[in-house]
Design a binder for this molecule. Sequence first.
Ligand code: FES
Length: 255
Amino acid sequence: MNYPEIVRIAETKKETENIKTFRFKYNKKVRPGQFFMVWISGVDEIPMSVSYTDNFKGITVEQVGEATKALFKMKKGDKIGIRGPYGNGFKTPKGKVLFVAGGTGIIPVASLIEKIKKKNAVVVFGAKTKKKLFFMDRIKKSKLLISTDNGSFGYHGFASELVEEALRKEKFNSIITCGPEKMMKKILDLGIKHKIPVQASLERFMKCGIGICDSCAINGYHVCKDGPVFDDKTLGKMKDFGKFKREASGRRVRI
Ligand code: FES
């Protein structure tokens, strides 16, 4: 196992009430959709999607547990350890692309949206409320379709409903999605129905990040090593996709 490279946080940005971005210099090449193992001294090492993939890298973090709480308190100049990048990342799609992000699912997808010519990208972004929308400045050049569950901004309803409408109006060559797994399952089914290839980024509990501990296993695949991005054919073979996941204890629970 590689040792983490110690980097200094160069910039922090509050994105929403409980989401923050941390930028730092890290020279290894990273592809959108890959992740880092981020070591927080004295607390834990956790997987984090890479939100900025140029030389000035970034991770964008939702405060959900002990490690992210500790990370949230860090400031410019503080040190963190970085291993990676790990995982396969997205294959760069060709032609007209429909991006579908739900909530924090925009984190690994934003740098891929920035890579695609704006006339080729339509972005459906759904969040619970207006206050939970972020990265809007990064994606606004593409055609944007926004939904909120409570109707506080954009379409009042779910992102998957906007996707159905977009698929009725336009032809797409590819769909890229990341977000709640139930949403991604709906998007996969729509992709199959319309015969459009789908790439989806999955999230599972991870410990080692390199295919050894088995904690991220789903139906014979390791999300850390074989994924986190899977194509429609592989997703179609995963009986647990959109239905079950494993907790830290290894117990299989319904999503
Ligand atoms: S996190 Fe250990 S096998 Fe994937």
